[in-house]
Design a protein around this ligand. Structure first.
Ligand code: URA
Length: 235
């Protein structure tokens, strides 16, 4: 019964996102397959405790990090959160004000939209892992300097090495550049898979950009469908 309720909720979210993205047709069968399979694979508990311990080590190191100047203005470092066995990982840009206060990634308005995006492909926020390329908030949410991204990259790559996701979705240009170390606009980069250590990487628009440019939700939806298809093939 609980599972049925959860599936119905997924369908509702899916329809809502479909409506927002302007698409009229839906593929229910496709959606069911991923919502069940991906969620169960994501919750496989292999090495769960060890991974949590390793991630905690990284968190403790990052907490006192002074590798760039952002330690002077941060309230908290925001390492990330989610399933340490996640098949799918999201990487954002950097914590904003809310994230800096709560020490959690994507908890503001952009975070609410990210949660909807995750649910629209039949997963729950707890099934995936969410991190940022920078672990500290840049003042006034300015775009990260490349020196900051480079200084912080080690925390991100260690997180990826521990979690070992099959797919990473980079949200926006700074996250894509930080991981793939390539110079490309997000408009050109999005919609295709790239390779990072044998992990498939899909760049797409950042949810904060979508809040300002809702007409591009359709493109993110297309990118998410590619991820959904890939997840189905993995399982
Ligand atoms: N934007 C990001 O890129 N990351 C967050 O955690 C919040 C907003």
């Amino acid at each position: 019964m609980e599972e049925l309720k959860s599936i119905i909720k997924d369908v509702k979210n899916y329809i809502e996102l479909e409506k927002e993205s302007g698409l009229k047709e839906m593929t229910f069968r496709e959606m069911f397959a991923v919502s069940i399979d991906a969620a169960s694979a994501a919750s496989e508990g292999i090495g769960h405790e060890d991974k949590l311990k390793e991630l905690e080590k990284v968190r403790q190191e990052a907490k006192d990090c002074k590798e760039c100047e952002l330690f002077k203005t941060r309230r908290n470092t925001v390492l990330g959160e989610g399933n340490p066995n996640a098949v799918l990982m999201f990487i954002g840009e950097a914590p904003g004000m809310e994230e800096d206060i709560q020490a959690r990634p994507f908890v503001g308005k952009a975070g609410q939209l990210l949660t909807k995006i995750i649910e629209a492909i039949g997963l729950k926020r707890e099934d995936v892992y969410i991190a940022n390329s920078l672990k500290c908030r840049p003042p006034q949410n300015r775009t990260p300097f490349s020196s900051e991204t480079i200084a912080c990259r080690n925390y991100l790559t260690r997180q990826i090495d521990i979690i070992k996701p099959k797919i990473i979705c980079c949200l926006g240009r700074p996250a894509t550049q930080a991981l793939l170390m390539m110079e490309m606009s997000i408009t050109r980069a999005r919609g295709k898979f790239y390779n990072y250590n044998n992990i498939k990487v899909m760049p797409t628009f950042h949810p904060a950009y979508l809040l300002r440019n809702p007409q591009d939700k359709r493109l993110v939806w297309e990118d998410m469908q590619k991820i959904q298809k890939e997840l189905k093939e993995i399982q």
